[in-house]
Design a binder for this molecule. Structure first.
Ligand code: NDP
Length: 444
């Protein structure tokens, strides 16, 4: 074990390598996912920042710390430390093949674990590059190994003996399969299963900023973002003006090679988008940008549909494509009610000048951006994860470091008590003294 300092040094070197080879890695991400080079650069830049945070803060968060023993155990010294789990299995997705798995890998390594990483079958080269780069720094020691393959490889990783925890990112359906496999060996899991993230636009919102955020949050990376904007609830009073701004901006966005975003990385996803669009329109939704004809595999042009019934699949299911549903609501209570009404609960965003933070506190989800979009993901100190069908457990931040460690509590007796209570030698007078103490302390 190289300890916190040794890990910090090595992870700093890893970060330096990734930063120096940023263009090379971005090119690989571009070739495997189809996303624009600039988006790949943004993804890797954020990753490097997380790597720095995890390495820098691991000792403070996980290092041994004293705990007050309390009156009843005043003869003890007490402390807590976080031990590594051993080997952590990371099962990654293809949409952000560097940023998302590294949210687990960086924090698991900083906490002292070794990692076995199973990248998506669509992005194995990126997975191998991440592992090969670290291998150069740690003289080939197997601290980050990659296993490539299909779903069965992920399932085998869940069942592998000696795995201390599985960190999974992907769909809710596969997340449940991962949990079932891990249940066989009582292996703990973190599951991040995407979402149906809402945006709320209040009457006093900066409508230009809100429209820009809705279009970027909904369309960037072809909408293949777990915490991307999928539904917008805009208050009646500003709905017309806001929607006009969204339409103008979305019409200026083009998919394609050389476009604002690339193809659907997973071919089958285009059919999900098509189904959601057709369902929304069949149920009375009104397309204000694009429509079913915007789906021409492998690309999907921006689609904005207004007045979509809340029980449409475009509102209840994760679309994971460049489709934005914009629905009007009479007031904030209704916006919050609808925002909280899906089974998912990953992230959300709120645009409001006066009460953004107050509205944020009423949302049932793991993260909220106020007057911004997905901004929480770029702040390493903030935990990332969801509730409900979006999964549980956290990556990033202090919680993310603790996810990859086991708390070990130690109570060390410094001197024996004159009247022992945890011994068969205790007498009635001992218990009487204890009762007196409890009465003085708690029964007043
Ligand atoms: P999956 O959930 O099927 O795959 C995610 C990862 O899990 C991949 O590495 C996959 O391997 C692996 N995997 C698949 N089956 C198993 C299994 N039984 N046990 C263990 N690991 C397994 O997602 P898809 O890539 O098929 O995408 C489907 C949908 O999931 C998308 O449409 C989107 O809605 C959602 N999604 C959400 C993401 C998020 O960020 N939360 C990211 C990606 C997708 P392999 O690639 O080889 O199948």
């Amino acid at each position: 074990d190289v300890g916190f300092d040794g890990r910090r040094q090595r992870l700093a070197a890893y970060r330096g390598y990734l930063a120096r080879r940023l263009h090379e890695l971005a090119d690989l991400v571009h070739r495997e996912t189809g996303k624009p080079h600039a988006d790949a650069i943004l993804e890797i830049t954020l990753t490097v920042d997380h790597l720095a945070w995890a390495a820098t803060h691991a000792r403070r968060v996980l290092g041994a710390r004293r705990v007050r023993p309390g009156l009843l155990a005043a003869n003890h010294a007490a402390w807590l430390e976080y031990q590594p789990l051993g080997v952590v299995g990371v099962i990654g997705p293809w949409n952000y093949p560097v940023f998302t798995p590294m949210g687990s890998i960086a924090y698991a390594l900083a906490a002292g674990n070794a990692v076995v990483f199973k990248p998506s079958e669509l992005t194995p080269g990126v997975g191998a590059a991440l592992s090969d780069t670290l291998a150069e720094i740690v003289d080939g020691r197997p601290v980050l190994q990659v296993v490539t393959g299909f779903g069965e490889t992920g399932a085998a990783l869940c069942r592998a003996p000696g795995i201390g925890k599985i960190a999974f990112t992907g769909s809710t359906a596969t997340g449940k399969r991962v949990m079932a496999a891990c249940a066989e060996t009582l292996t703990p899991v973190i599951v991040e299963c995407g979402g149906k993230d809402p945006m709320i636009v209040d009457v006093d919102a900066d409508l230009d900023a809100a429209a820009d955020a809705a279009v970027w949050g909904g369309m960037s990376n072809a909408g293949q973002t777990c915490a991307g904007v999928e539904r917008v609830y805009v208050l009646d009073a500003v709905a017309e003006e806001f929607t006009a701004k969204v339409v103008a901006k979305a019409r200026g966005v083009r998919a394609g090679s050389g476009g604002a975003y690339g193809p659907m990385t997973m071919p089958a996803q285009t059919e999900v988008v098509r189904r959601h669009v057709e369902d929304a329109l069949a149920r009375g939704g009104h397309a204000v940008v694009g429509g079913a004809e915007s789906v021409h595999p492998p690309f999907v042009e921006p689609i904005v549909i207004v007045d979509v019934p809340e029980d449409s699949s475009a509102v209840t299911e994760e679309t994971f494509g460049p489709l934005l549903v914009v629905n009007r609501v009479p007031d904030i209570d209704e916006a919050v009610r609808r925002a909280n009404a899906t089974a998912y609960g990953l992230g959300a965003s709120v645009f409001s000048r006066a009460r953004g933070e107050e509205i944020a506190g009423r949302l049932r989800c793991g993260m909220v951006a106020v007057n911004g979009v997905i901004s929480f993901a770029g702040i390493p100190g903030l935990p990332f994860g969801g509730v409900g069908d979006s999964g549980f457990g956290r990556i990033h931040g202090e919680d993310g470091l603790r996810e990859f460690a086991r708390p070990q509590a130690v109570a060390s007796q410094r001197f024996p008590l004159p009247v022992p209570v945890t011994s068969f030698s205790r007498g009635a007078h001992t218990m009487k003294a204890l009762l007196g103490l409890v009465r003085v302390r708690h029964a007043r």
